[in-house]
Design a binder for this molecule. Structure first.
Ligand SMILES: [Zn+2]
Length: 233
């Protein structure tokens, strides 16, 4: 994605800026963004319309990037913030056809991302543990205790602090649907909870099982669904 935009301060319009504009034909082997004819036309038009207008560079804040379509999808609408160092702007990027350049525009207001659902993937976790057959298979009771420990730890995290307490493992389909795991300190709490529920011998067994199968390290027990909305200022 583009890292910088050029903004006409007078008209509040933007075009993407990739440092030097590259002629796609002459530099087709260059990595990164290649400028097609459409982009070059867009650039020419922009400089024609905004000739003598004050211009400034905006830097894209990648952390704010969001879209309701998968990352690999090319035809989509996405949003992000960009800044000139003093002010932040909400930018809408849209592309309607494969043979068309992306269109960037500054839109008023702010983007609000809210969690609409966040839950422990209980069924999936039971399934994964069930698939790990072997001599150290956990009993249903032990699995119940594990899920109970996860649920109780999860309940202690307030929704406002959710993203400080978890780590995103991956996007599922769209940037608004995520799989996540607890941060280390919460795993320590979860293990502490298990130790409280279980006798020493059972506790060691369940811990060995989890460590041996790297269940705590590699699986994302949390599912998060977010939605975006616009706050008009
Ligand atoms: Zn202008």
């Amino acid at each position: 994605m583009v890292e910088k935009l050029l903004r006409c301060i007078q008209c509040n319009q933007v075009i993407p800026l990739y440092g030097e504009f590259i002629d796609a034909n002459a530099n087709a082997h260059l990595p990164g963004v290649v400028w097609g004819d459409d982009d070059l036309k867009l650039k020419e038009e922009f400089f024609l319309i905004h000739n003598e207008h004050p211009l400034e560079e905006l830097t894209v804040d990648f952390d704010t990037y969001i879209s309701d379509k998968p990352t690999f999808e090319l035809i989509k609408v996405s949003y992000f913030e960009a800044t000139n160092g003093r002010e932040r702007f909400l930018v809408k990027r849209s592309r309607e056809r494969f043979d068309q350049s992306a269109h960037y525009e500054i839109i008023p207001g702010k983007l609000k991302i809210s969690n609409v659902a966040c839950e422990i993937l209980e069924e999936e976790l039971r399934g994964q543990i069930g698939n790990l057959n072997g001599s150290s298979q956990l009993t249903d009771e032990e699995v119940n205790y594990l899920i109970k420990a996860l649920q109780e730890e999860f309940k202690n995290i307030s929704p406002e602090e959710l993203f400080q307490e978890i780590e995103i493992v991956e996007e599922v389909q769209t940037p608004l649907t995520l799989l996540a795991t607890f941060k280390e300190k919460h795993w320590q709490n979860i293990i502490q909870r298990l130790q409280n529920y279980l006798r020493q011998q059972e506790f060691r067994r369940i811990l060995d099982f989890l460590e041996k199968n790297r269940l705590l390290k590699e699986n994302a027990p949390l599912f998060i669904q977010m939605e975006m909305s616009f706050l008009h200022s």
